[in-house]
Write a protein that binds this ligand. Sequence first.
Ligand code: G1P
Length: 294
Amino acid sequence: MSQKPIRKAVFPVAGLGTRFLPATKAIPKEMLPIIDRPLIQYAVDEAREAGIEQLIFVTGRGKTAIVEHFDMAFELETTMKDREKTLEVLEPTRIQPGNLVTVRQQVPLGLGHAIWCARAIVGDEPFAVFLPDELMIGQPGGKGGCMKQMVEAYEQVGGNVISVLELPEDEVSNYGVIAPGESRGTLTEVRGLVEKPKRQDAPSNLIISGRYILQPEVMRVLDRQEKGAGGEIQLTDAMAQMIGKQPFHAVTFDGRRFDCGSKTGFVEATLALALEREDMADEVRAMARRLLGC
Ligand code: G1P
């Protein structure tokens, strides 16, 4: 079956990042680096690997550094060239003119509201959503990044596709949780969705891990601005209303996920990626041993 291609991705980046204060007082949390790449860069790389062309950032006040990061830095480039330095390191920050669009979320009314703010730019086509806090890293030599795997699944089944992963039962209350139907390989039918359920009410321990492929009709549901868990307009609630009307599937990502919305997750990601980098793995391994006294 041939599906409409996924050309656009929405990145909700308006959050205040209070968990990382004071680091995030003047710097957007999406600009905090894992080694030498800001978090947002990993999400954008994953999007481009999946064939996505247009990036839509839903921003707010104090978030201009994110846009600057993907802009051409004329003085920097000229100075580097004069000093005969290679510009290769800047390659991932280059976006074709016109392929980065920003919209503002003026009031923090929830994730569903943030996505809704992008409705005019998304228009009438399916689109992807990336929550940059969730760092998804494909297996070395494996099937690629999370969105790439999701797009492949979407080409088979169409409709809406979200990424899920299994967590211990006592952690699921912080997330959106799916009620799973039949499974085939890494693909699971989604029969229901609940945002931040109480532990005893959770329909499974499969949580939504921050990557979505959605049909534009979700925007019509979000138009109603209905509030859900925590008094916020929840994307999960809007998606739940699409079940039964359109195909809805979950993909279990073949790769690793780091929760970079938490400080320990951030440290874990930094260490894990450093241990894989040819330019520093040996040194970091020796350093970790020394620190652990083993
Ligand atoms: C959001 C979503 C939730 C999802 C989570 C992934 O929650 O609402 O469904 O499981 O991201 O990180 P938040 O972390 O914004 O509370």
